[in-house]
Design a protein around this ligand. Sequence first.
Ligand code: SF4
Length: 435
Amino acid sequence: MYHSQETEILPKPVSKQSPDSIIRIMQSIATSMKRITLDEGPISEVHAFWLAGMSCDGCSIAAVGAKNPSVDQLLKAAIPGLPKVILHHPVLSVTAGDEFIESYHKAKQGKLGAPYVVLYEGSVADESIAEKFGGYWSAMGTEESNDGTHQPIPTAKWLNDLAPEAAAVVAVGTCATWGGIPAAAGNVTNSMSVMDFLGKDYLSSLGLPPINIPGCAPVGDNLTETIASILMFLVGLGPLPEFDGLGRPAWLYKDTVHRGCVRAGNYEEGVFAKNHGDKECLVELGCWGPVVQCNMVSRGALGHNGGCMNTGGICIGCTMPGFPDAFAPFYKAPPGTIVSGVASKTVGSFIRPLRKLTQGKNNLTERWKKEGQVPSGWGHQKHGIVEKVSGYFYSKLQGAGTEFKPNSARQKKLQEKGHSFLKKNIAEKRIEETV
Ligand code: SF4
């Protein structure tokens, strides 16, 4: 049974600094950098403390599936110039019990002797609610309480204690970044995101507000790549990575998932799946991809494989702050589909046949065109009158405004010139060889 020594662990500012402007953040970063890199010498090691709140551990699985860079590469300092990452993870670390938790205590007491980052997975529950019932929501390690017994330490308390001196606090996954499923309507645990918990004035010792890597689970590479970018900045090898107004790495979350979707061509031509398992665009089955900021499909879920629409799943908006309520009920076409879907179908009904014609024209070699058929047992594509006429006009348009006109008099003249040049050279070569 948990008895907290603190009366409550609720959101409160852990830093007195206030981010009035980007300039102020940058000044704070410059001061912190000076302190970390110059006063304490070059950085060879950075500790990473993993904490899990109201989580399913899916974000941990996603992280270990990262490839570019991999967790392994970060731990072995295999990336030139980057410091070695010493990961403290309740599931992945080989140590356990007091030995495992010792480094957390050292960091809290300022005795670690190296910079550290905090990685928080899951949402942060209101431990004061659990305390009323004599329990806790999420905890790791124990400490001696007032009555002399050892009681679990909530991860919310660890976050509160470790965040002020952390070089960066990274919220991993949608529960940590926005609150996620535990913070959905109802929310009996009063769960919240890391940034809600730390408060709007929070800045890390490096001068950074919480960094958010959303996704349920996020793309593992999004996490490891962001960590590598921060480390690069920390050791002075790179600029501060670009983050958007919600603390997301801008280069990873700027675009919608729709833009990188393998089915986007179907959407554009107004071809939609009717049933799960169909290969066309899934928007009429409830896909929210056109408005959801995520790179899951272009990057792949684990080890660059999978990813929602790549494997037949619709986008349910899991990277977005409104998730899950704003995207529910799942598997129902978003209302916007009525307008955009009809528009795509209308445009597509013109575009598709035209593209088919062009495709037919470009699927023929010059020789086959002359012969009027493809000489293969695989098929007997005839080059009919429709294809011939449309192909003729298409080629005219294609070459309009340029000097390139296949089979034109000029083209033939150039070809003849080329042939006579070759003939002349061959003849001269023969004479040389004879001599
Ligand atoms: Fe866009 Fe979703 Fe269709 Fe992909 S499946 S093209 S993300 S609407």
